[in-house]
Design a protein around this ligand. Sequence first.
Ligand SMILES: [Fe+2]
Ligand SMILES: [Fe+2]
Length: 178
Amino acid sequence: MTPRPTHLFRHEHRVIEQALRALDGMCFRLQAGDDIPVEALAQALDFVQNYADRFHHFREEEYLFPALKQCGLEEGGALHFLCDEHELERELLAELEFAIEEYRYGDSDAVRRFVEIMDRFRKHLIGHMQKEDTLLFRMAEDLLDDDAKNALMRNLAVEGVSRKYERLAADLEKAWAI
Ligand SMILES: [Fe+2]
Ligand SMILES: [Fe+2]
């Protein structure tokens, strides 16, 4: 059976959802007045910055989207829209990092800011992944021929980073998801 790059991307979405459930649990506890060690927030930030964005989004932008453009998918349409969504998520992550630093130094408003930004980030990213799962990856299955899928699989075959962050997502979910 021809390898299917969309399986890898869908799997990465499921890993990201594990970390989002953990972050949701963190927000719930913070709103309830619990203290959360800043190291745990920093670990969750490490995941969303380095796996969700610099690993997963990077792989979509660097390999999947260009392969789809080569097969005739219009650059100005869905792909442009999805890249814009990645950019907005990057901006929210920068704000989230700042809110964690404020929390570290005891700013009294930091919890409210963290929860508010996290809520926007989570909703946005979940909606984004749903669009890719239900529309983009289906289009990719139809548009990419076997050669294009094989070439993509060669570009996507990097295991080390992925394993490390899959473990982190599972640990975070176990510790914090409600
Ligand atoms: Fe994406
Ligand atoms: Fe994605």
